[in-house]
Design a binder for this molecule. Structure first.
Ligand code: MYA
Length: 210
């Protein structure tokens, strides 16, 4: 299991990097959507592919070995930037922006063509990804068991997610949550999340993570 990675950088530097990477990821997200929906002729598709390959080579001219990792700074700011639900450097992520509302975590996300499963509807695995993430973030723990009930299909478009810890027993946290559209709940979730064996006396870079 890889470890969390400590980066000794200021919040200004985090903001600067966020400003650099966010527009790139937005562009790649637009590219994903365009690649799914384009109806241009084959020559134009080939030409676009060559341009994309050139851009990819530019980006690969300096890159990390392996994944981005879950990085954090001295003040505890997390940089899970490769995360497929919330990562600001991952175009697969919608991205979901999670905020706190009292005891609950909430997020509002727009799911477009890249998330389609049945026609016009959100893929069930995407519902599971987003719910796993928001429930896991509510618990700050590893998913042990996650149970979903797909109450009705979720149309592509705007969705709302919620999660709340409802019980704690030792390292085990029970978390409930839901996904909904404008007409109400589409998916309910309940998970058992297991907090790491970790004491606050350990140095941050000793922590193991997913
Ligand atoms: C790491 C911190 C993460 C922070 C993340 C920040 C937010 C990021 C958000 C990311 C969100 C995305 C999140 C992701 O994507 S997390 C990635 C997906 N999840 C995994 O890959 C987890 C793989 N499994 C494991 O690593 C271990 O099996 C875990 C850690 C789960 C338990 O192994 P551990 O050796 O620690 O456990 P223990 O044997 O001491 O048992 C302890 C207690 O737990 C009970 N139990 C055990 N297993 C399960 C189970 N599967 N269901 C229900 N209960 C289970 C067990 O009965 C016992 O209960 P009790 O007898 O005491 O009553």
């Amino acid at each position: 299991m890889r470890q969390f990675v400590f980066e000794d950088i200021t919040s200004e530097e985090v903001a600067r990097r966020t400003g650099v990477y966010t527009p790139l990821t937005d562009s790649v997200r637009q590219l994903l959507d365009a690649a799914i929906r384009t109806e241009v002729d084959p020559d134009t598709i080939r030409a676009a592919g060559e341009l994309i390959d050139r851009a990819t080579a530019m980006l690969r001219s300096a890159q990390t070995d392996g994944p981005h990792g879950v990085r954090y700074t001295a003040d505890g700011t997390g940089m899970p930037w490769g995360n497929p639900a919330i990562g600001i450097r991952n175009a697969i992520a919608p991205p979901m922006v999670v905020t706190r509302d009292g005891d609950r975590l909430v997020a509002d996300v727009v799911l477009g063509a890249a998330y389609e499963g049945p026609p016009g509807l959100v893929h069930g695995g995407i519902c599971a990804l987003l719910l796993d993430h928001i429930l896991g973030e509510a618990a700050s723990a590893m998913t042990g068991t996650l149970t979903l009930r797909y109450q009705r299909a979720t149309p592509l478009g705007a969705v709302h997610l919620e999660a709340e810890v409802v019980a704690t027993a030792g390292r085990k946290l029970t978390v409930r949550g839901s996904m909904s559209d404008a007409d109400g709940i589409t998916v309910t979730a309940e998970g058992i999340f297991i907090a790491p064996r970790l004491t606050m006396t350990e140095r941050p870079d000793d922590r193991e993570g997913p």
